[in-house]
Every structure is written in C-alpha cells, then in structure tokens.
Design a protein around this ligand. Structure first.
Ligand SMILES: [Zn+2]
Length: 387
C-alpha cells in the first residue's frame, strides 16, 4: 500500500460540493464531487449531537489540530474517506449552515452569522490528509487498525466494512436508517439504535443463528435481503402474537433463541398475559427479564426468575429454633434426616452445613419469609430442589 501525505487541501476545498443527506444521516460528497465522504460500509454520521460537531468547529477556530484524515484513493481523481468522515461531515454541515456554535457571548451562531475573519479562518484551515493507494483487502485490514482511535467501530460496523457490497447496502437501507418508522416498533423488543447497526446486527444474528460473519460472507453479493427480512418479521410477529403486553424488560431478550425453542408450542395469549401480570406483581421475582422465558417454558424453570432467597437473619433464627427443638427430642435438626433410619437420624448439623428451603414452594404460592422457611441439610435441600 502506498501512502502520500497531503497538506495542501483546505476546508474550503473539502466543503466544495458538500452534500449531506438528512434522511440517511450521511455526509455524501465533497472536494468538488471527487470525494465520497461516507462510503457504504461506514457508520452513519453520529457527531450531530451539539457537542462533538461543535467541538470540531471550535478546534478549528482555536487553531487546534484536527488530527489525521485518511483518504482511500479509488482512481486518479476519486477518493473515499477511510477515517475522518465524522470530522469532515461536521465541517461541511457547519459551513452550509446546518448547525450553530456559541460565540463568546454564548449566542448561537451559524456559519453565515460569524464574523468575516472567522469564516475565512475556517475555510482557509488546511487539513492533514494521507492518501492511501492499495488493494481492497489491504485497505480494509488497515482500516480495522486505524479505527481503533476515535470512536471505535463496533463489531457490526467492522463486519459491514469487511463484507461491504450490495447486501450490506440493502441491509443498512432497511435496518440502519433512523428515519424508518418501523424502528419504533423494533425498539420494543430489540435493544440499541439504528445508526449503530444494532437492528441490522440483530436481524443477521437471528437469520444466521449466531453465525453472522459466515452468513454475510455467503450473501455478500446478493441483490436482496429477503431472507433476513422474512425471518426478522416472523420473529417479531411471533413475539407480539404470544405476548399481548409490551414490557420494558422484553427489550434485548434473546428472541431469536426463544423463537427457535418455543415457536412450535401453542399459547393462549390471554393466559400468557395474566401470568405476566401476576409475575410482575410478585415481590419475590427478582429477575423480571426471566418472566418471558419462564412462561414460554411452561412455568417450570423458577431459576429464570431468581426468586428472592431467605436472608441470613431468617436462616439463623430458624436454625436456632429447629436445633433447640431437635435436641429436646433427641433427633436431627434436619427434619428430613429426622424421619430417616440411618446414622443421620440424630445428627445435629452446623448452620454452615444447612440450606434454607421454602416449606411451600414459591411456585405454589409459598412466601419467602420466616413462616415458610425451614433449614435442611445440604443433601436433602438439593434433593428437594430437584423435584
Ligand atoms: Zn437431612
């Protein structure tokens, strides 16, 4: 790979012919049309937060260095930005009046409201640009390396870069577009945001059963994403058909795995909804995220709910009561050992060798309080728990 350092290009030149696509949230072109600012494999513009974009302009006005920018040379007079697209898009958006910075009096000031000399200072600022000329794989390998600086690419953004092509373009159009009104609906069940590729990553994870890289490699040059979309919609439909309610804890669950495991089981949505509400109202359920899989699995795996356990004071108090009584009666302080005929029939266990047990199981309505607590030796407690 050949690299050339350019120090002659000014902000004015970079911003000549600047095009920003509000709909996609992308800086598209600059440098009189010869520069593609955000190639398809790049993340969308994420500096538009009134902080990072403003910081770019303030840095320029203060004469601070903006850092290195890398262009990938595609042909003689065609480049794309490898690293620096966020900074360049911020510059382009500012000089085209898309956002304001605050002047020394704290008054918001767009580019055309700036004093003439400050406008010139921005436009005449020279950028430090490396032009890189290499093969696709060289560029992409190296791109993985340089992007460690700044905001690192997340895993899906890297995969988009490595497997860039028509499939990724179509996927991003559908799943990574914050303006897509469907993202609202998806957000009920999927955690994350469109422009960091979270929905796209989720759709791929589902359809590939977790083998996203292989899947993207196989479908890299496909001209459609039908399979991804169909499977994604199938899962979302299934969730909303089984669960009438939308609870915040549903967001980010492993719906792909849950669908694969349970979609052949019939459910009555009314019963499911009642059960959800009942468990939400149950003060002993510690892990509400586990409620949905617990119900899908037929309300058996109480582990999923992390039902509250007895506290130490309760355990000690019950231990003391049982042990005193056991000594009086000359039998074991584990009530199940006391019933048996072996050597443990009269054994007095130490507290550390016993565990607390719900007399009436939590799943049958038993409370997690002292009235429903008994201490069992560890092996009897384990045996009971496995029933
Ligand atoms: Zn026992």
């Amino acid at each position: 790979m050949k690299t050339t350092l350019r120090t002659d290009i000014t902000v004015r030149e970079i911003c000549k012919g600047f095009v920003y696509n509000e709909f996609e949230g992308k800086g598209l072109f600059g440098l009189s049309g010869t520069l593609t600012i955000q190639p398809e494999y790049q993340r969308n513009y994420i500096y538009a937060d009134g902080k990072r974009d403003v910081a770019v302009i303030e840095s320029v006005l203060k004469g601070y260095p903006l850092g290195l920018i890398y262009f990938n040379k595609i042909s003689d007079n065609k480049f794309e930005v490898l690293d620096g697209q966020q900074r360049i898009t911020s510059l382009g958006r500012y000089v085209t009046g898309k956002f304001a910075i605050q002047d020394e009096n704290g008054i918001p000031c767009k580019f055309f409201g700036l004093a003439e000399d400050l406008q010139q200072k921005i436009l005449e600022t020279r950028l430090l640009i490396y032009e890189c000329d290499g093969t696709e794989s060289e560029i992409k390998e190296w791109f993985r390396t340089i992007n460690i600086a700044g905001i690192p690419l997340n895993n899906q953004e890297l995969l988009n870069a490595v497997f860039s092509g028509p499939f990724v373009t179509l996927g991003k159009e559908k799943f990574s577009n914050s303006q897509n009104p469907l993202t609202q609906k998806w957000s009920a069940y999927i955690a994350g945001v469109a422009n960091r590729q979270d929905f796209w990553a989720c759709a791929l994870d589902w359809v590939s059963r977790g083998n996203v890289g292989d899947y993207m490699n196989t479908h890299r040059y496909d001209n459609n994403i039908a399979e991804v979309e169909t499977y994604f919609n199938t899962i979302l439909d299934w969730i909303s058909n089984v669960f009438e309610c939308v609870e915040s804890e549903m967001r980010g669950l492993e719906w792909g795995r849950l669908y694969e495991t349970y979609h052949k089981t019939p459910y009555n949505p009314t019963d499911v909804n009642e059960k959800v509400q009942e468990l939400y109202a149950d003060p002993y359920v510690k892990n509400r995220k586990g409620i949905f899989e617990y119900i899908l699995g037929g309300c058996k795996e109480t582990k999923l709910l992390e039902v509250r356990v007895f506290d130490e004071a309760t355990k000690k108090s019950v231990y003391k009561r049982q042990t005193t009584k056991a000594k009086e009666n000359g039998e074991s302080n584990c009530p199940l050992c006391a019933l048996g005929n072996d050597n443990n029939h009269t054994k007095i266990w130490e507290l550390k060798d016993m565990d607390a047990d719900h007399v009436t199981a939590w799943s049958k309505g038993g409370a997690t309080d002292i009235s429903n607590c008994q201490m069992l030796c560890k092996s009897h407690n384990r045996a009971k728990g496995n029933k």
